[in-house]
Design a protein around this ligand. Structure first.
Ligand code: AMP
Length: 212
């Protein structure tokens, strides 16, 4: 099974992907996470991608395609793809890759959110280094600097989660990723969910799409 999660940065793709992974056992492949791992490991790809990511622009298609091919070598129970495709060219490459794997796309889920809500969410977003939990400071009363899930103090803010980069990422999204939505919009496996609802409600919508 292959599920694609679309939506602007901050719409909640990573959070929903983690829930889908837990319930359905599909592997979560996030091209942003793949790139961040390259940056952390200091590889040549990571070194070239670092400044581009911090600015909020997209890394070149050929750079991301190599990482993606590697990550998609085995489908197993299935894959949730988060953060790819982000351009028309990436969409075409993905369709070819999936065909070569003998798989098909089961669902394309677009998580919709207003622009104002997106920027607000991004600047308040934090992630736990220890357990990977993504959370939002707006929804936590008296934040004590610790991860609400595992209690670790190793909580960080992504370097591209500031207001300037967030606004740029949104511009990039409208200019380059909107055509991806257009590409899938008329397919019967394309569905939209309202990302402004609480996490559990959004997930309920997603369960209805994927099946219980
Ligand atoms: P994300 O974690 O999905 O928000 O991605 C963080 C950053 O990684 C983006 O702002 C881009 O710079 C880069 N990135 C992630 N996925 C892609 C992709 N499919 N194509 C190009 N750049 C990407």
């Amino acid at each position: 099974m292959i599920v694609l999660l679309l939506g602007a940065p901050g719409a909640g793709k990573g959070t929903q992907a983690a829930l889908i992974n837990k319930k359905y056992g599909l592997r979560h492949v996030s091209t942003g996470d793949l790139l961040r791992a390259e940056v952390a490991a200091g590889t040549p790809v990571g070194k070239s991608a670092d400044a581009i990511m911090k600015s909020g622009a997209l890394v070149p298609d050929d750079m991301i395609l190599g990482l993606l091919k590697n990550a998609l070598k085995t489908a197993g129970k299935g894959i949730i793809l988060d953060g790819y495709p982000r351009t028309k060219a990436q969409t075409e490459e993905l369709i070819k890759l999936i065909q070569n794997m003998g798989e098909k796309i089961n669902a394309v889920i677009n998580i919709k959110l207003t622009e104002k809500e997106i920027v607000d969410r991004i600047v308040m977003r934090r992630q736990c280094k220890k357990c990977g939990n993504i959370f939002n400071l707006r929804f936590i009363k008296n934040f004590d600097g610790k991860c609400p899930k595992c209690g670790s103090a190793d909580v960080y803010q992504r370097p591209d989660d500031n207001e300037a980069a967030a606004k740029h990422r949104l511009e990039v999204y409208h200019a380059q990723t909107a055509p991806v939505v257009e590409f899938f919009k008329d397919k019967d496996f394309y569905k939209e969910v309202d990302g402004s609802k609480p996490v559990e409600k959004v997930f309920e919508e997603i369960e209805k799409i994927i099946g219980k």
